[in-house]
Design a protein around this ligand. Structure first.
Ligand code: NDP
Ligand SMILES: CC(C)=CCC[C@@H](C)[C@H]1CC=C2C3=C(CC[C@@]21C)[C@@]1(C)CC[C@H](O)C(C)(C)[C@@H]1CC3
Length: 418
C-alpha cells in the first residue's frame, strides 16, 4: 500500500503554524549567531550587526568544499565496518542493519585532515568561510528535505513515521514523513545524525583554534578547554554509535527538515559558537578556574555516560552483572523499567549530565556576554520539550507501569527541582 495522508497522531511543535515558524526561525537564528559572534558587542539579544549581502553568503568554493566533505563522509560510511548492528523492531516486525564505523570515520577524517595540513591545506581559512558554508549547508538541507518528502510519496505505509504524516505539506516537510529513508542499505537519517555534522563541528572548532594560534601566537586555555570538551563529546557519540539506534530520532521521528537541517547545519555552525566567540573575544582564564570547569565537565560526563550506558546495558541484557542488582518494575510489554541506579535518581539522568556539560562548555567564555550561553539556554528548552515528548511516548508504551515509575521517581531532570 502507498503512503496514507492525514494520520491521526497528535500534532507536535505547535502544528503547521509552529512548523512554518520554525522553518524560518531556525536558519535565521543560526545566521544571527554567526554574525553576532564575530561582532564587537556580541549581543545575543538585539538586531544583528548587519545583514549580509548575497556575495557574502554565496560562494562556489564553499559549495565545492561542502560537497567534497559530504562525499568524503559517505565514502567513509561505506567502508567495511567492524560490526553491523540491528535496529529496533519496526512496524512490520523486521529490523534494519546499520554499520558501526563512525569512530573509524572520525579517526580517518583526522588523519586525512592532518595529512592535508602537512601538505599546505589552509585549515585557518575555514573560519572566514563559515557564513557561506552555513548557507550551502542550509540550502542542501532544504533540497535534501524536499527529496525526502517526495521519496515518502512512493514509500509503503509501513515505512512511515508515527508523526509527520498529517496531510499538511509544511508540517510534514518539517517533521519528516518516512521513518528510515534508505537507498539500498544507505540509511540517510543514521548517516546524517552522527557523521557530517558532528565531525565538522569539531573540525570547525579546530580551525578556530588554529586561527587563534596564528593571530595571538598560541591558542588560549579557554579555546583548548572548549575544543577538548566538545571533542570528548563527539568522540563519545561516535564510539557509542550503536546507542543512537534507540534514540527517538531514529525510532520515532521521521526524517524531514528538522533533523536534516539540525544535523547538517545547526549542529556544526551553532554548536561551535563558543569557539567562534573566543576567536573574536579572547578571554583570560587562570589555572584554578580552568580546573573547576574541567571538574564540572567531568561530573557532567560521568552522569551522562553512566546513565546512558546503564540503560543500554540493561536494554541489551537485563541479567548483565553490571545491572542485574538494580531494582525494576515490570510493564505489560514484558520490558522492565529501572527504578534504582541512575534511573532511580531522576527520570532523565542523561539529560542532567548533558546539561552540566553544556554549562562547562560556556564557562571558559567568561560571564561578560550572554552569547556563549546560547547553547545552554537552547539545550535546556530542547531537553525540556524532548522530555515531555518522551514521557508521552512512554505513557503510551507502558501505561500504568509508567505512572508507577513517575510516582517512585517524581523528578524529571534535576533532583528536587524539576
Ligand atoms: N547534544 C544534543 O543536541 C542532544 C543530545 N541528546 C542526548 O541524547 C541522548 C539520548 O536521548 P533521548 O533519545 O532523548 O532519550 P533517552 O536515551 O533518555 O531514552 C529514553 C527512553 O529510555 C527508556 N527508558 C526511560 N526510562 C527508563 C527506565 N527507568 N528504565 C529503562 N529504560 C527507560 C524508554 O525507552 P524504552 O523503554 O523503549 O527503551 C525511553 O523512551 C541523551 O543523553 C541526551 O542528553 C539528545 C538530544 C540532543
Ligand atoms: C533546533 C533544531 C534544528 C532541532 C533539531 C535537533 C537536533 C539538532 C538534535 C536532535 C537530537 C540530536 C542528537 C544529537 C545531536 C543533536 C540532534 C541531532 C547527538 C548526536 C549528539 C551527541 C550525543 O552523544 C547523542 C549521540 C546522544 C545525540 C543524539 C541526539
Amino acid at each position: 500500500t502507498m503512503a496514507p495522508q492525514g494520520s491521526q497522531a497528535p500534532l507536535e511543535f505547535g502544528g503547521p503554524l509552529g512548523a512554518a515558524a520554525l522553518l524560518l526561525l531556525l536558519p535565521a537564528t543560526m545566521f544571527h549567531l554567526l554574525l553576532v559572534a564575530r561582532s564587537g558587542p556580541a549581543r545575543l539579544l538585539g538586531p544583528p550587526p548587519y545583514l549580509p549581502g548575497p556575495e557574502e553568503l554565496w560562494s562556489p568554493r564553499a559549495l565545492l568544499l561542502w560537497l567534497t566533505w559530504l562525499s568524503l563522509q559517505v565514502a567513509l560510511y561505506l567502508l567495511p565496518a567492524r560490526k553491523v548492528a540491528e535496529g529496533q523492531e519496526l512496524k512490520d516486525k523486521s529490523r534494519l542493519c546499520y554499520p558501526i564505523n563512525g569512530f573509524q570515520a572520525l579517526v580517518l577524517t583526522a588523519l586525512l585532515v592532518g595529512l592535508g595540513v602537512s601538505v599546505g591545506l589552509p585549515l585557518r581559512a575555514l573560519p572566514e568561510m563559515l557564513l557561506p558554508l552555513a548557507f550551502v549547508a542550509t540550502l542542501t538541507a532544504f533540497i535534501f528535505s524536499l527529496f525526502l518528502y517526495m521519496k515518502a510519496l512512493v514509500a509503503p505505509a509501513s515505512a512511515l513515521a508515527p508523526g509527520g504524516n498529517s496531510g499538511n505539506p509544511i508540517y510534514d516537510f518539517f517533521l519528516g514523513r518516512e521513518l528510515n529513508p534508505r537507498i539500498y542499505s544507505f540509511d540517510f537519517k543514521y548517516f546524517c545524525e552522527l557523521r557530517p555534522g558532528l565531525i565538522s563541528w569539531v573540525l570547525i572548532n579546530l580551525a578556530l583554534l588554529a586561527q587563534e594560534a596564528e593571530l595571538r601566537g598560541s591558542p588560549s586555555l579557554a579555546m583548548w578547554l572548549v575544543n577538548g570538551f566538545q571533542l570528548l563529546y563527539v568522540g563519545d557519540a561516535l564510539w557509542h554509535e550503536e546507542a543512537v539506534l534507540t534514540t527517538m530520532d531514529i525510532t520515532h521521528d521521521g526524517f524531514g527538515f528538522m533533523l536534516a537541517f539540525g544535523d547538517l547545519a545547526w549542529v556544526p555552525f551553532t554548536y561551535s559558537l563558543q569557539a567562534q566567540f573566543l576567536l573574536y573575544h579572547p578571554q583570560s582564564l587562570g589555572l584554578p578556574m580552568a580546573s573547576v570547569i574541567c571538574l564540572i565537565n567531568a561530573i557532567g560526563y560521568y552522569i551522562f555516560r553512566g546513565a546512558n550506558s546503564q540503560k543500554n546495558t540493561f536494554r541489551k541484557n537485563p541479567s548483565d552483572p553490571r545491572v542485574a542488582g538494580l531494582e525494576t518494575i515490570p510493564t505489560a510489554t514484558g520490558r522492565k523499567l529501572l527504578v534504582s541506579g541512575w534511573w532511580g535518581m531522576v527520570r532523565h539522568p542523561n539529560y542532567l549530565g548533558d546539561l552540566i556539560m553544556a554549562l562547562a562548555w560556556s564557562l571558559p567564555c567568561g560571564v561578560s556576554h550572554l552569547l556563549p550561553y546560547f547553547y545552554l539556554l537552547y539545550f535546556t528548552a530542547l531537553l525540556v520539550h524532548r522530555e515531555a515528548r518522551d514521557e508521552q511516548q512512554c505513557l503510551q508504551k507502558y501505561g500504568l507501569a509508567w505512572h508507577e515509575y513517575c510516582q517512585r521517581v517524581p523528578y524529571r531532570i534535576v533532583p528536587y527541582i524539576y
